[in-house]
Design a protein around this ligand. Structure first.
Ligand code: IDP
Ligand code: MG
Length: 139
């Protein structure tokens, strides 16, 4: 298994509740390395661009309003099999369905405000990482 990079986001619900440190600790404790990190607030248009793949879904307007409602922390994590491992740490999209010990089960509020994002595959990571980080920030 090759060393991979994934895009992770600590979503507005988690940043506003002061959970950034807890989530970063879980990520590092699981053996992933933070190679780039920033705090920012997306505009509504930027959130709609980031989640464009979901534009036909009924939750798209609500999701993108929420994702632009306050600051987020975006980061790139690196490890062997990083994409799958970060998604496993996050847990199911719906915190009520997520396994005990996962971030979403422990910290998520509901299916929308579920604390964290992770790329769902190598192609997605390859577009999501440059959405937030320039080549200079990814040495
Ligand atoms: P994922 O984040 O687990 O990959 P996706 O299906 O890609 O889940 O959905 C992206 C985001 O959209 C979710 O993390 C969540 O915030 C939101 N979302 C997904 N499904 C629903 C839903 O049924 N209701 C409300 N929000 C949803
Ligand atoms: Mg997804």
């Amino acid at each position: 298994m090759a060393v991979e990079r994934t895009l992770a986001i600590i979503k507005p619900d988690a940043v506003s509740r002061g959970l950034t440190g807890d989530i970063l600790r879980r990520l590092e404790a699981a053996g992933l390395t933070i190679v780039a990190l920033k705090r920012l607030r997306l505009t509504r248009e930027q959130a709609r661009a980031f989640y464009a793949v979901h534009r036909e879904r009924p939750f798209f307007d609500s999701l993108t309003d929420y994702m632009s409602s306050g600051p987020i922390v975006a980061l790139v994590a690196e490890a062997e099999d990083a994409i799958r491992r970060w998604r496993e740490l996050m847990g199911n999209t719906d915190p009520q369905e997520a396994a005990p010990g996962t971030i979403r089960r422990d910290l998520g509020l509901d299916k929308e405000k579920n604390a964290v994002h992770g790329s769902d595959g190598p192609e997605t990571a390859a577009t999501e990482i440059p959405f937030f980080f320039s080549a200079l920030e990814l040495n």
